[in-house]
Design a protein around this ligand. Structure first.
Ligand SMILES: Nc1ncnc2c1ncn2[C@@H]1O[C@H](COP(=O)(O)OP(=O)(O)O)[C@@H](O)[C@H]1O
Ligand SMILES: [Mg+2]
Length: 372
């Protein structure tokens, strides 16, 4: 859940509804991306409200998995009796009647997520639309959101190991690259709470409420009212409402920094100079020694410092103030894959060994977090 805002500056000058797909599969070339598909629109199941009420035990508070700007998300059991271990587990997102979001965001999820299929996009199983009730039904993602793993507290939240962080970054990059190359979809709300993890920590992008069809070939951007989440949104978008495909790349850079530091993109509980994560830590990302001082203390120094530095460099590129200076998501994905490959090469493991000697390294940026 982030702090979402709406600024009714200028309204959209381009169509917000996606064009009809002309082919059944995408034309992307790399193996990772061709795993995606554009589905016919009739694959979604229509649920009744009564069915979803039963599946979630009348939306019982103890089935709540999370909450965002649209509403609460509940865990549910389909078909079989509630409590049965054999039932299909689902996640049901229900519009909160007090939310500023509504039919537009619901429609966007159905239109985009209902038609795009990729291993790194969460699967939308169906929906319910009855009078004022708007609900969406997704596959259940066992390990919840990346946000919860990075910032959650309590004994059930285990810190993510370095290799898992890299795997998550690669999965999320694949999902975003697929969106950008399949139908030029701009996701618009890339953040840790919208990256979900399955039982094996495969990352899947969810929450397509703000997704938008990208510009036509003759245009560089779409103009839209500014919506998104403070701390993640690209500066050109916040300033002008001009949304570029590379506005998403900026958000990806913010998440990379969150994964390195386990600090939130925006945190009002930090001193004011540190309120915005990227403004605060940018100078640290340029320097390998300085970087060490802002790394997540819960990694306990168990990460290859060379790889961490390369990720920091990549994050800086994604965070370039000028959208044109940012890499494409395909380029980001390639860089991450190269970093992972080097990580797996035993000849390049020496850095990691050195890093593990610094167990209990205490970062000056986590002054009160010993024993976290
Ligand atoms: N399919 C799912 N499986 C498990 N948890 C989910 C699922 N979908 C959402 N959640 C949880 O609910 C939170 C809010 O979901 P999200 O779709 O982002 O809602 P919103 O559109 O209101 O922002 C997520 O951050 C996550 O913790
Ligand atoms: Mg969300």
């Amino acid at each position: 859940m982030g702090i979402c805002w709406t600024c009714f500056s200028s309204s959209s000058s381009s169509s917000s509804s996606p064009h009809n797909p002309t082919s059944a599969t995408t034309t992307t070339t790399t193996g990772a991306l061709s795993a995606g598909q554009i589905l016919p629109t009739d694959t979604l199941r229509i649920f009744t409200f009564v069915e979803l009420k039963a599946a979630t035990r009348n939306f019982r508070p103890d089935t709540v998995l999370g909450e965002g700007g649209f509403g609460k998300v509940y865990k549910g059991w389909l078909d079989e009796k509630a409590n049965s271990k054999n039932g299909t587990i689902i996640a049901v997102k229900k519009l909160n009647s007090e939310s500023v979001q509504g039919i537009e965001e619901w429609q966007s999820e159905v239109t985009f997520l209902g038609r795009l299929s990729h291993p790194n996009l969460v699967k939308l199983l169906g929906y319910c639309l009855e009078e004022t009730e708007l609900l969406l039904v997704y596959e259940f993602m066992q390990k919840g959101s990346l946000e919860n793993h990075l910032f959650g507290r309590g004994s059930s939240v285990q810190p993510l190991l370095w290799d898992i962080r890299l795997k998550i970054a690669i999965g999320a990059a694949r999902g975003l690259a697929f969106l950008h190359t399949s139908e030029k979809v701009i996701y618009r709300d890339f953040k840790a709470s919208n990256i979900l993890l399955d039982g094996s920590y495969n990352a899947k992008i969810s929450d397509f409420g703000l997704a938008k069809l990208g510009p036509s070939a003759s245009q560089s951007h779409v103009t839209t009212r500014v919506m998104g989440t403070y701390g993640y949104a690209a500066p050109e978008y916040v300033a002008t409402g001009h949304l570029y495909v590379k506005s998403d790349v900026y958000g990806f850079g913010v998440v990379l920094v969150e994964m390195l530091t386990a600090q939130r993109a925006l945190d009002p509980t930090r001193p004011s100079a540190q309120l915005n994560l990227t403004d605060w830590v940018k100078p640290y990302l340029h320097d390998r020694r300085k970087l060490k001082s802002i790394m997540d203390s819960r990694l306990e120094g168990k990460y290859p410092s060379k790889a961490a530095f390369r990720i920091a460099q990549l994050a800086l590129k994604c965070l370039a103030p000028e959208h044109k200076q940012r890499p494409s998501m395909n380029e980001v994905l390639e860089s991450l894959e190269r970093i992972e490959a080097a990580n797996k090469d035993p000849k390049l493991q020496s850095n990691r060994t050195v890093a593990t000697r610094h167990v209990h390294h205490r970062s000056p940026l986590h002054p009160n977090q010993e024993g976290r």
